[in-house]
Structures are given as C-alpha cells and as structure tokens.
Ligand binder design. Structure first.
Ligand code: JBZ
Length: 236
C-alpha cells in the first residue's frame, strides 16, 4: 500500500492543528498517510532561539538562517534514509501549483515541506539539498497573492494531494467525474438539492426530468458558460 509520509518544518507548529480534522484526520487514523510536524526553533541556538538574520546586500526584512534549516532537514532525512525525499520549499518564486503538479506529488513516498516566514529561506538551502542523491528539491507557490509564510500554502497542497491517495475518499467516483466528464479545464456545473423550490427559486426543470442524456448536456452547457465567463480568452 502506498503510504505517503509528510514532514512539516515550521516555526508555527500550531498552524497545522486542522490536519486532525475531516478527510486528512481520517486518512491519518486509517494509516493512509503519516504526518509529523517539527518546530524549526528546536534547532535554533542561544537564549533567543533566533532563526533569522539581516539580508546580505541590504534590503527590507529578515532572511531565515540556513543553519537551523540544515539541522532540521538533516534529521528528517536521516530518520528515513532509505527513502527518496521530495523537499518542497514554499516560495512565491516557485512553480505554480496545478492539478498536474498535485498528481506528481501524490506518487512521492516522503514529502518534506519547508515553511518559511519573513522574506524567505537563505537560498543555499535549495542549492545544498539539490546536490544530494535521493533528494528532489521543488520550489512551489500556490498562486499570485501575497502570503505571510509557507504554512497556509502547505495546507493547501496537502489537502489537494491527500484526497488523491487511494482509499482516502469514500466515493472514488467523484475523482473519475472530475477528471473525465467535463471538457478539459472547465469549471463545475451548478449543483442543486432539496427543496425543489426555495425562496421562490425553482431548481431547473431538466434536473427533475429523469432524462439523463438531457441532464448531461445541460450540465455540460452550464459548465461551458461558467468557464467562458471566467476567462473568455483562453478557455471554453
Ligand atoms: C507563497 C516567506 O515565506 C513565504 C512568503 C510568501 C509565500 C510563501 C512563503 S509561499 N507565498 C505562495 O505560495 O504564493
């Protein structure tokens, strides 16, 4: 069975409390994934346990020191030294997250998420781990907006990856429908449930018709309209 191991390294371990909930909580209980959370500050030196310093060359803000990062990463890698590790460094300069990237990640055996804060992590961390055998370094961004650190980006990626692990979703049909029934790159059709009339708004008649061919083509048309409305230049 393909059990994916996750190690998360952060100065805010409590950011990851929601991983005990819902789908991801169940996936852990059912031993489909293992998730370990590590406090970077455990590897920091001195009374102040500082993990950042001023940037060489000047400029605003602080940069995370490679020293505690190296200690934390070496420990995680050593704890499963036979595995191939994918080290994911969250950064706005990274490869944009897409469903195809998520599909690449779900086949990895051991994913390490390095969650930076401040202006990010000293670039030598990327450079060093790229030189090691059995480690693949990936710099990833979840999108074009400004975040305060890598923790929320990590949660997004984990939710997208873990739901693709075999056995995690109760109803694997939803995976099939997502990937096949709609045109490539289309958004979903609108969904309705009971009651058939709510605040004077009726559920579209076609959905009550029982005519599955009509329903299918109506849904495809709705999805196409929504997709065009979102991005008329490149989609639909
Ligand atoms: C991300 C310093 O740590 C950061 C800051 C911003 C940021 C990330 C990490 S990851 N933005 C994104 O996914 O866009």
């Amino acid at each position: 069975m393909s059990k994916v191991c996750f190690d998360l390294i952060t100065i805010f371990p409590e950011y990851f409390s929601p991983l005990k909930l819902s789908l991801i909580g169940k996936a852990q209980e059912n031993n489909l994934v293992s998730i370990a959370i590590h406090d970077l500050r455990d590897q920091a030196q001195g009374v102040h346990k500082s993990v950042d310093d001023t940037p060489y060359g000047g400029g605003a803000g602080m940069v995370m020191s490679p020293v505690p990062w190296g200690e934390a990463l070496d420990r995680v890698i050593a704890s499963d030294s036979a595995a191939i590790h994918d080290l994911i460094i969250l950064t706005p300069a990274g490869q944009k997250l897409t469903q195809s990237l998520v599909e690449e990640l779900v086949v990895c055996e051991h994913l390490i998420f390095a969650c930076g804060r401040y202006e990010g992590i000293d670039h030598r961390v990327t450079e060093f781990y790229q030189t090691l055998p059995n480690i693949r370094v990936r710099e990833i961004s979840i999108g074009d907006y400004v975040l305060g650190g890598g923790e929320v980006a990590t949660l997004v990626i984990m939710e997208a990856v873990i739901r693709l692990i075999p056995g995690v979703l109760g109803n694997p049909q939803s995976l099939v429908e997502e990937s096949h029934s709609l045109p490539e790159d289309a958004v979903e059709y609108p969904n309705y449930t009971k009651p058939a009339s709510w605040r004077g708004i009726e559920v579209p008649e076609v959905l009550l018709s029982g005519n599955h061919a009509r329903i299918k083509s109506w849904r495809n048309e709705q999805a196409r309209e929504r997709t065009l409305k979102l991005d008329p230049r490149t989609r639909g």
